[in-house]
Design a binder for this molecule. Structure first.
Ligand code: PLP
Length: 469
């Protein structure tokens, strides 16, 4: 590259002293702006080397390049998105949206000091666990409660504490589980792997489709620590099947003095069968049927923040609370605040009106249909070819496999649905839709009220792709 050209290139100092440069400094700070300007100059130099042509860029051009770089570097990849898929608990989209009260609780907790581990009566150190624990006990009648980071952590903690290696059992103790429950939940969470990680010894009984009470009884030895039941969550075994009930298992447990622990996954506090769905295991039922320890997620059917909730006998929960792993898996103050606010909705009997997941589950088909028709009218006027069709929403989040809720979908005819879906993902905010055949499907059930205008504006941009007629 000719030296005379290089000599004419503006210096970083000149760019910084330019009015537009000062504006960048005010917005992004000095050192990051300098870095961006160096990068902009380097970009231009390498272009020049490659093409061996091209003139000297203006200062304005270089500063604009620097601005683009700064925007790009600082752009958040954690962005609010519109979920038009009809999958209510969408793990990739953050599972449960929180209620207004839970969101407000997070804001209050985040922006100042709070009595997280401070007992106002004594002025001494308190327990972070107690905030949600009392609400959970009141709601479910459990003797004791513990909240940790997530349910995967809850399972790991329970297995490690109750069956992991100790000075007495250096190789861990055995945990009996049915072969029909050795599940993979997703995201690499596989029961046998978690078991190995905890140091517990896995004792598989029965077969994939059938396990009997006698299978459990025959597997019990002096070093059996636990009987573990795991909800299959994301799939079903149908046909020639058998499995002891929890009542059966807790009877065996009682006879042999072995605790029964129940990982119910989603953990509903309301009965899903009242909403046209199959019955998802309920927390209260599991406790009533004799589980010594029950665990479930905070952000699945509970409709709260990410959390792993453990309920059960005081003696067991106390052992968990004193295990060092509990410190590593502890819940943060924001989640605890949101969880308490979510649990309060259950106590006040306002779940169906306040918790988004349950508002969505309990929406009537007529409500959804009206919404879909209203959007269709609006979009048709804007030149989008669409119609309202019947379809299915799903609960998702590894619960109720194969179960659907009848819904009303907005179907958009478009010549290239993949390109259309990609365009919607690039929208601000991004819109995530379903594709079926050569149509885009929009399910009003999972679109929040405040997102309506953004959604319709995004869908109107599809005009530029051309619709099929
Ligand atoms: C979802 C699920 C888990 C994992 O829970 P997270 O809260 O996502 O960690 C564990 N066990 C079962 C049965 C589940 O369904």
């Amino acid at each position: 590259m000719p030296d005379d050209i290089l000599r004419q290139v503006p210096s970083v100092d000149r760019l910084l002293n330019h009015d537009a440069g000062s504006m960048l400094i005010a917005e992004y700070g000095h050192s990051l702006t300098v870095e961006a300007m160096r990068a902009a100059l380097e970009q231009w130099r390498s272009n020049l080397r490659q093409s061996a042509s091209g003139g000297i860029p203006s200062e304005e051009n270089l500063i604009q390049t620097a601005r683009n770089l700064l925007e790009d570097w600082l752009a958040s990849t954690l962005r609010p998105a519109i979920n038009a898929t009809g999958v209510i608990i969408h793990t990739n989209l953050g599972r449960a949206p929180l209620s207004d009260a839970a969101t407000e609780a997070i804001r209050m907790t985040a922006s100042g000091y709070i009595t997280l581990e401070y007992d106002l009566n004594s002025g001494k150190r308190g327990s972070r666990s107690l905030h949600a624990d009392a609400l959970l006990q009141r709601l479910t009648g459990a003797e004791a409660a513990l909240v940790v980071n997530n349910n995967a952590g809850a399972v790991l903690l329970a297995l490690t504490t109750l069956a992991g290696p100790t000075s007495e059992y250096v190789h861990g103790r055995s945990v009996i589980i049915s072969r029909g429950q050795l599940v993979e939940i997703g995201g690499g969470f596989r029961m046998p792997d978690v078991m190995r990680q905890s140091g517990a010894r896995l004792v598989e009984v029965g077969t994939t489709n059938r396990t009997h009470v006698s299978d459990y009884e025959n597997a019990i030895t002096p070093d059996t620590a636990l009987i573990l039941r795991v909800h299959r969550s994301n799939f079903a075994i149908v046909g020639f099947t058998a499995e002891p009930t929890l009542v059966d298992l807790s009877e065996i447990g009682q006879q042999h003095g072995i605790p029964v622990i129940d990982d119910i996954g989603s953990g509903a506090l309301l009965d899903t069968s009242e909403f046209g769905l199959a019955s998802e295991p309920m927390v209260q039922t599991s406790l009533r049927d004799g589980a010594d320890l029950v665990m479930f997620s905070g952000d699945k059917l509970l409709g709260g923040p990410q959390a792993g909730i453990l309920l059960g006998r005081t003696a067991i929960i106390d052992r968990l609370k004193h295990h060092p792993l509990t410190r590593a898996l502890r819940s943060d103050k924001l989640s605890l605040a949101a969880l308490s606010a979510t649990l309060a909705h259950y106590l006040k009997g306002e779940v169906l009106t306040c918790i988004p997941v349950w508002q969505m589950i309990s929406m009537t088909l007529t409500e959804i249909e009206n919404q879909a028709h209203q959007w269709t009218r609006d979009l048709t006027q804007a030149g989008i070819v669409c119609e309202v069709i019947l379809g299915q929403s799903t609960v998702g989040g590894g619960s109720l496999p194969g179960q659907t809720l009848p819904t009303s979908l907005l179907a958009i005819d478009i010549s290239d649905p993949d390109a259309a879906a990609a365009l919607l993902r690039k929208n601000d905010p991004p819109v995530i839709v379903r594709i079926e055949g050569d149509r885009l499907l929009i399910d009003p059930r999972t679109v929040l009220e405040r997102e309506e205008t953004d959604l319709l504006n995004a869908l109107k941009t599809l005009r530029m792709l051309g619709t099929r007629s």
